[in-house]
Write a protein that binds this ligand. Sequence first.
Ligand SMILES: [Zn+2]
Length: 132
Amino acid sequence: MTMTTKERIKRNELYEKGLKYCPHCKKIKPLSAFGKDHSSLDRLKCECRSCRTLLHNDYQRRNRERLRLYMREYMRKYMREYMRKHPQMEHSARDRYRKKCAENPEYLPNGKKREKPFRVLKQNGPRKRAKK
Ligand SMILES: [Zn+2]
């Protein structure tokens, strides 16, 4: 975005007072109302924080399905890789629960006693998908 000299002067005057104009809500706000952005010239975001929140929420709402798929793909790709590199990591709360159950067959998280003994599952093996 290019600025005219007049605009630049006005912007600099605002900076001297510790203020910045938000083009989104069209208000002049203190610099503390703007988030940091290391890629921009003034090291601050173009829009104020509250506008960014609105824009972010709006983006999330409009792209919910796409973001959900993206996250799923991300988790598949990178978490699997991470788990392979860190095999000592427990995979999930479920695995932690299973481990506890294997140690103490009567264990239940709510403090009750298990009626049926816990069935010990194979540990650390890849979970096989159910065949169709
Ligand atoms: Zn704003």
